[in-house]
Design a protein around this ligand. Sequence first.
Ligand code: ADP
Ligand code: MG
Length: 349
Amino acid sequence: MSVEKMSTEPSAVTPIGPPGDPAAAIMRAPHDAPDNAVEIVKLYKTYRGGNGQADKVALRKVDLDIPRGSFFGLLGPNGAGKSTLINILAGLTNKTSGAVRIWGYDIDTDTRATRSAIGVVPQELNIEPFFTPRQNLELLAGFYGIRKPQRRTREVLEMVGLTEQSEAYARTLSGGMRRRLLVAKAMLHSPPVLVLDEPTAGVDVELRRNIWECLKELNAAGTTILLTTHYLEEAEKLCDRIAIINHGRVVICDTTGALVRRVDSKELVVTVADDVDAVPAPLRRFDVELLPPRRLVFRFRRSETRIGEIIDALHDLGLIIADLSTEEGSLEDIFLQLIHAPSEPGEGD
Ligand code: ADP
Ligand code: MG
């Protein structure tokens, strides 16, 4: 990929997201930008039990591509493996096997470059309560070894809408402002990829919107965003691609549009009292299939057809309904369906 001019200092002494320069260089070289901001290949993670405890497999053969510029949602219930995946990307947890590339750099062989390419907002709030947002960022910049002239403290505060609060004690900030301060900390070294672990968990509706706006703006400005959430609405509103993860497995990964279209489609299965040889002509205006001898399967979009219309049409034909069932399609149902069928393969396997 791109030419590197980085020293090979031991990564153990490097905090997450090291010096500003390499990342800035990465941002400034769009011709080097990879198609996928993150590539994950056959990733496994097993937490070793110890003390007689059983091992815990947290990630099983995860394959994921996160296109550059996308707003990607990793959706899954508690314990699905979301934080484990994020922490591996962040370099906070070691993977068991598989390959991970961030901005084209391998996390095993180009550790420093991968850490420069990513900014991470962890699940828990870690800010210095007695410092102001500006001091929090200055402190971190110093920790990263970013020299004063290169620091972007003001710019980053502006980016997350905390300019007015830049001199207030962090402990006096609202929950939403604290989250945005965390986003600012993650963006301080100008990473092209921003990763957030449940950024709006426990945040009220208004502040959630506020964080959403902030993330949308960062994405519009070119930052690839990966967030984990267990809020379906959040994934649907913000993300252009969604992967659903359960029991450490990706059960589906698709564009949000495609997922929502699935949701819009509904199935009605009608069993009639008497055998039918063919779909009666008046029913052919519906998308209907005959499962001989007595079952009719109607597929339709909730947004376009009501069940009542189908029932009326059956009545008009004098067909007696012996049984009737529907396949529901809210994103929630699809989600539940998928997470209760953990062995179901995801698309594109
Ligand atoms: P999520 O973020 O989706 O809620 P996690 O990645 O935190 O899921 O956890 C995935 C699974 O791995 C869970 O079963 C959890 O109990 C287990 N797990 C997470 N961290 C550890 C750890 N440090 N040691 C052992 N098991 C862990
Ligand atoms: Mg988690």
